[in-house]
Design a protein around this ligand. Structure first.
Ligand SMILES: [Zn+2]
Length: 91
């Protein structure tokens, strides 16, 4: 399994967070955890990942992570903004 970025990834929202010594903090969802436990969760998730394999280079792992974040944000954007125009306001 590929350990790249497992210590910097948020297991809840899959954004990149920050590891500071013993603790991990996600700047996106505010998730806080012990950095080692956090990495362990990501390692378990990574084992099931079919796109990131042992042969994926670290820089490509980051690209995949960033692409997934982007895709997730696009999904959220489209769900917030319905394609159809708003209903006319009642006067
Ligand atoms: Zn998060």
């Amino acid at each position: 399994m590929n350990p790249a970025y497992t210590s910097q990834l948020c297991p809840k929202c899959h954004h990149l967070g920050r590891r500071q010594g013993e603790s991990f903090t996600c700047s996106n969802c505010g998730h806080q955890a012990d950095a080692d436990l956090n990495a362990a969760k990501n390692i378990l998730d990574r084992k099931k990942d079919t796109e990131i394999t042992i042969y994926t280079k670290a820089k490509d792992v980051k690209k995949i992570i960033l692409r997934r974040i982007e895709e997730e944000q696009q999904k959220q954007d489209t769900s917030k903004k319905p394609k159809k125009a708003k209903k006319a306001k009642k006067n």
